[in-house]
Design a binder for this molecule. Sequence first.
Ligand SMILES: Cc1ncc(COP(=O)(O)O)c(C=O)c1O
Length: 365
Amino acid sequence: MTTPQSNTLLNFSAGPAILPATVLEQARASILELDGTGIGILEHSHRGPAFTKVINDARDTCRVLGNIPDDFEILFLQGGASSMFAYIPLNLLPEGRTADYIHTGAWTRKAIADACLIGDARTIWDGESCSFRHLPEDGELQPTDDPAYTYYCSNNTIYGTMWPAPPAATGTLVNDASSEMFSRPIDWNVHDLVYAGAQKNLGPAGVTLVIIRKGLLEQSRQDLPSMFRFDRHAEQGSCLNTPPTFGIHVMGLVFKWILEQGGLEAMHDRNLAKAAKLYESIDASGGFYTGHARPDCRSTMNVTFACPTPELDTLFLAEAQDTGMRNLKGHRSIGGLRASIYNAFPFEGCEQLASFMNDFAERNG
Ligand SMILES: Cc1ncc(COP(=O)(O)O)c(C=O)c1O
């Protein structure tokens, strides 16, 4: 039997992305039979005791892992991270109020466009003119007066920028953490809603993890259809309709795996060390590689860089492919190269890419 992970190849995909091999093994077994129940996870009723245990365990483990206070609700929703672009203003942006958006990339652009369809969403910092190479400096945000919430994206998957710390915003703070969720600890004193699509750090595509302060549920609009109301999902324990049962199961296994690795502090240290390997190769290349993100905003999850010419990028990809490295092409909107090195990506894989980068620069510089 082959190992249930394509670990003969190094998968630098931006998402869906690499998952821990042990989790995949557990998931494979649970498809045939879940925990001695005689029935597989895909076939269990979402109302039965076996799945109830799965979702309760996933929620409890999430709380422990994320050090999430009791006054936050943990929801497992569907529709991907993009559904939150509408959910959030629908629920949290009443008429007569503004919502402040910090525009740091393609995903905030979409979030802003959707929010503008629903209410008075304002862009309080715009990174278009710097090609999203950096994030706002202290004092550059131009907040509106008493916004319903401030929205930001803590890791910009396409551009490879990551907020070293949350923005200084007073009031309700919302974070799209899709491409870095649980890559490091989260400060619950400043955040009120943090959400993430699963398919990068948390599990299979199809589940959206939403962690929301309970006080916000009470403020939610009451005149929305049930499926679009955070409070309805919370009341029903994320089982308002049939939830993505398999995805929630795998997410729970990933939470346990992160805990076994030492939790979020340990994960953060590991992620910093992994990313440092690649940034060292960029910085030591004598200008051969250009990093997209300004050094003070560099992501630990998505390392974006380019060779001196698009032809060399193409050669880089072809040679990397020959040595078993996959999915290093940059996003079509910025070109170049991107190495996505989420939690499950091994340190040794970063060492391997770094040494390939050094060698490639040497030969082609
Ligand atoms: C930061 C960020 N937000 C939102 C999304 C959209 O996610 P989904 O495809 O789950 O809607 C992505 C996808 O890559 C992302 O990276």
